[in-house]
Ligand binder design. Structure first.
Ligand code: MG
Length: 171
């Protein structure tokens, strides 16, 4: 049996910071450098986050993370891949998320898409996620994908990666 790997969407496959920063610029004329947000929680960095992500097909239009197509293809051939997203946090986004995955990662089947609430009931051997709130319950190998909000988190249980290239190198 192949090793089962759980892969998060937002902040791992989808680059959510780029459109949030763009929104701040177009709506509020505010110029934000992503590196200035290191160590700042998402809702502090973007106070309108909930409003933004629940409108304008935010998840449908999110850009993909650099290297994620090649990286996910690689993992999908070697491992039993499940895409696990806390989609019920944002009502009405589930169709957008499925359509987004089908467009950018057509080699991922519907059977591999797990849209859920809390992730603690989903089991696997390896988890790649940007949020410690998900990694903390996980029993297997925990890989934290670096995003500004988790930049200052130091936990010896987490393997920190900065890119999809790095994921391919270690897995
Ligand atoms: Mg995430």
């Amino acid at each position: 049996m192949k090793t089962k790997i759980l892969i998060d969407m937002d902040g791992v496959l989808a680059d959510v910071y780029k459109p949030l920063i763009m929104e701040e610029y177009t709506k509020n004329n505010k110029i934000i450098n992503e590196s200035d947000l290191n160590g700042i929680a998402e809702y502090d960095a973007f106070p309108n986050l909930r409003k933004i992500v629940t409108s304008n097909n935010f998840f449908r239009n999110a850009p993909i993370m650099d290297g994620s197509i090649e990286g996910l293809k690689y993992l999908n051939e070697k491992y039993d891949v499940l895409i696990v997203s806390s989609a019920t946090e944002f009502p009405n986004c589930i169709n957008d998320k499925q359509n987004w995955l089908e467009e950018h990662f057509p080699f991922i089947s519907w059977e591999q898409m797990i849209f859920c609430g809390k992730k603690e009931s989903v089991c696997g051997d390896i988890m790649i996620d940007d949020h410690p709130k998900n990694l903390v319950y996980f029993k297997g190998k925990k890989i934290i994908f670096t995003q500004p909000h988790n930049y200052n988190i130091n936990n010896s249980e987490y393997i920190r990666v900065f890119s999809w290239k790095e994921i391919q190198n270690i897995l």
